[in-house]
Write a protein that binds this ligand. Structure first.
Ligand code: COA
Length: 324
């Protein structure tokens, strides 16, 4: 029996103009380029200005994903973000309207750094079920607006940005097919990554515990989707793990047995862009051109909630614009 799968046909990214280097942060914080590079692998990140709202970045990334796919509309737009333009209403309808797609289904998903995996999985279910024919899956966050400028543990890690994919119905043997996904949440860890209730609160993260949970949750979910599609770890050509810390990427690779050289690394240039991190890392890998259509790829993320998940897909056959 032939199956109906969601297939990635286009990718796009968008980054704020302003580059903040480790040296820039060292002027006001008790930190150093050497510490940040050694402990996180990050060299620079982008900070959004007033005009570069979450919806503005999301719109640019989504438009580029449509262009990359050579299409001009989609049936569904899911925006993964935990930094919407405002709490109410959702930001996705505004992004759809900016694209001239008013009237389509559009909604936000809030799962912090796992948001993109959540959005991608739910879009692939919607397409796979036949409910819709195509979807724009966008991840966009502007977390730097919520950081305590005096907190060196969060200020050095986070950056702003957006990434997007266009997916439409196809078959499992097409390059870009989403083949399996797994999603999880454990709200008992809600205070590990949070913006506490109350006006003027800053983003807070328990870095050490998040590090440990991220490694085990991402490794377990990678193994789950690999088992589902019947791939051995040595078959994996591309590990697109949420870009939070280079040491987390390396540890997930070593725990799962996927060679470190297969891990996509984009955090050096953008830091942790939360829901944008996976589509931006995929866009960057496509720009670098070091993966081949049909390659076996595993995507995974861990984030606030706590939430985590993974997806297995084949590398899409696409051309992309460099967002840098
Ligand atoms: N510059 C210099 N020193 C710093 C620093 C910085 N930016 N941040 C922390 N330090 C110091 C600490 O104060 C501590 O000093 P002490 O030993 O005198 O107490 C020392 O460095 C080690 O701190 P620690 O918290 O153990 O560092 P770490 O190696 O765990 O790195 C993070 C901190 C935040 C980079 C790391 O824990 C991390 O990446 N966590 C996961 C983040 C993540 O995945 N988030 C996304 C999920 S959504």
């Amino acid at each position: 029996m032939s199956t109906r799968n969601a297939v990635v046909r286009g990718l796009g990214g968008a980054l704020p103009r302003r580059v903040i280097t480790n040296e820039d942060l060292s002027v006001t914080l008790d930190t150093s380029d050497e510490w940040i590079r050694r402990r996180t692998g990050i060299v620079e990140r982008r900070h959004a200005d007033e005009s570069e709202s979450t919806s503005a970045l999301a719109t640019t990334a989504a438009r580029r994903a449509l262009d990359s796919a050579g299409v001009d509309s989609a049936d569904l737009l899911i925006l993964a973000t935990s930094t919407p333009d405002q709490i109410c209403p959702a930001t996705a309808p505004k992004v759809a309207a900016n694209l001239g797609l008013d009237g389509i289904a559009a909604y936000d998903i809030s799962a912090v750094c796992s948001g993109y995996i959540y959005a991608l999985a739910t879009a692939s279910w919607a397409i796979g079920s036949g409910a819709v024919g195509s979807a724009l899956v966008v991840g966009a966050d502007t977390f730097t607006r919520l950081l305590d400028p005096a907190d060196r543990t969060t200020s050095v890690i986070f950056g702003d940005g957006a990434g997007a994919a266009f997916l439409s119905a196809g078959s499992a043997d097409e390059p870009g097919a989403i083949l399996a996904s797994t999603l999880h949440a454990d709200g008992t860890g809600e205070t590990l990554i949070q913006v506490p209730r109350g006006a003027g609160s800053f983003f807070e993260m328990q870095g050490k515990e998040v590090f440990e949970r991220a490694v085990s949750a991402m490794s377990d979910s990678v193994n789950t989707v690999l088992a589902r599609v019947g791939w051995a770890t040595e078959d994996v050509d591309s590990l697109v793990a949420h870009q939070a810390n280079r040491r987390i990427l390396n540890t997930v690779a070593s725990v799962t047995g996927i060679p470190e050289s297969k891990a996509e690394v984009h955090l050096d240039r953008v830091g942790n862009t939360s829901a944008a991190s996976i589509p931006l890392a995929m866009t960057d890998a496509a720009v670098k051109g070091h993966r081949t259509p049909g390659d076996k790829a595993v995507l995974t993320a861990f984030g606030g909630g706590t939430t985590w998940g993974a997806a297995a897909m084949t590398w899409p056959s696409i051309s992309v614009l460099d967002p840098h």
